[in-house]
Design a protein around this ligand. Structure first.
Ligand code: GTP
Ligand code: MG
Length: 385
């Protein structure tokens, strides 16, 4: 660090002297007005003295957080407005503060977790790890484990089977709301509409349900498809309907939809298949809304694929909750590595599960989930079943 004083008749001259000798990165430590002492001082004007320091070891050009003393003299600042520099500085500061805040939240979360886990029986910790490993959100897993701990008799804390049974019971409570399609026995056919993002399995699921209801439950079923965007999709469903001998209407607008629903009103169930909609496309969702208003479905079922991440499942639900969602169907269980996302989604959205699907085969790969089976899936016990 080099420190030097410069004095001149006015401030600007002193500054120029300092700049010339110490360079643009120098820092002003002090500015003083000084008068000569004694009789001479009476007749001479006061002078300005500035004390300037420069740190030779400081690499100012790479240190963006440091404000230059003489911005106009710095090569890279020549054409950059001062407020731009300030914005960059603020942006960097904001980024750093945000990352520090996130870090602190993470630490706080960890401390909270450690606090809760303190003194927890070893068996419970093992199940906690198993749930988290299976993608169950940590907060939800803690919630479950805490409930189990409260229910666990002290003398059974090390008994693996006791702990396991209590965990299964608690998990069952979380996923117990299972409600397949409810066919009303009144005059009008039950209208069931499946909606959801593209490619999650809406059409395949309708084919499975239609076939099962027709052959197993001996119900009168009709199909309506709004998916006229892809000729192949409508044709595929039409061929399928012909094979199992049920009527189908491919409708192009709201008027045709209204007519088709009216036409099939004597059927037991009318399934309406919709084209996959992006949850983030407002226009597509608005269009879907107009169809829902016309069809007045008894059940709107949101189809979600288990291969989707938990957060995204919740985002999708939030976007589609523009409509009154009655139930959800989880598809592609067979393709998932973990099942925690089912619990995470249900915990957040609190809607009953109507079905789960576990393969591409029509009509076999669909079932009404049994809460016990779901609970076992969450503990990975299904693999042994
Ligand atoms: N592995 C697996 N594949 C499935 C399941 N359900 C559907 N699929 C497959 O997923 C793909 C898309 O299925 P569709 O029924 O066409 O999906 P969709 O939601 O109607 O698609 P869009 O109409 O394009 O939005 C097909 O290859 C299906 O065979 C399932 O449970 N497991
Ligand atoms: Mg489809």
């Amino acid at each position: 660090m080099k420190i030097k004083k410069f004095s001149a008749r006015d401030y600007q001259t002193a500054l120029n002297l300092a700049k010339a000798e110490m360079g643009p990165d120098a820092i002003i430590l002090q500015t003083e007005k000084i008068k000569k002492k004694g009789i001479l001082g009476l007749f001479s004007p006061p002078r300005v003295e500035i004390t300037v320091a420069v740190d030779d070891t400081l690499k100012v050009k790479t240190d963006k957080t440091r404000q230059p003393l003489f911005p106009e003299a710095k090569e890279e600042c020549k054409n950059v407005p001062a407020n731009h520099l300030k914005t960059d500085y603020n942006d960097n500061l904001f980024k750093e503060l945000t990352s520090m805040k996130m870090m602190m939240e993470e630490i706080r979360g960890k401390m909270y977790e450690v606090e809760l886990m303190k003194g927890m029986p070893e068996q419970l910790k093992k199940f906690f790890d198993l749930l988290v490993e299976n993608n169950v959100n940590k907060d939800i897993a803690l919630n479950i484990i805490n409930k189990v701990e409260n229910r666990l008799p002290r003398d059974r804390a090390d008994d693996k089977m006791w702990v396991r049974d209590l965990i299964i019971n608690t998990l069952e409570e979380y996923v117990k709301e299972v409600r397949p399609i409810e066919i009303n026995s009144s005059c009008k056919g039950t209208v069931v509409m499946l909606i959801g993002p593209t490619g999650v399995g809406k059409t395949t699921t309708i084919a499975k349900l239609a076939a099962n209801l027709t052959f197993m439950d001996k119900k009168d079923v009709a199909l309506i498809t709004l998916d006229t965007y892809r000729v192949a999709a409508a044709e595929q469903l039409r061929t399928f309907a012909e094979i199992i001998g049920i009527p189908i209407s491919v409708v192009f607008d709201q008027v045709e939809l209204c007519e088709a629903v009216e036409e099939y009103k004597d059927k037991d169930v009318i399934f309406i298949d919709t084209a996959g909609r992006s949850p983030y496309n407002d226009e597509q969702l608005e269009e879907l809304k107009t169809y829902i208003e016309v069809a007045c479905p008894d059940e709107i079922i949101l189809v979600l694929s288990v291969t989707t991440q938990s957060n995204e499942l919740i985002n999708i639900y939030n976007r589609f909750s523009l409509f009154k969602i009655d139930k959800v169907i989880f598809t592609k269980i067979d393709e998932a590595q973990n099942y925690g996302q089912i619990l995470n989604a249900i915990y957040e959205i609190r809607k009953p599960i109507a079905y789960i699907t576990n393969g591409q085969n029509v009509p076999d790969d669909i079932e009404v989930p049994d809460p016990l089976y779901l609970a076992k899936m969450l503990l990975r016990e299904d693999e042994a079943l």
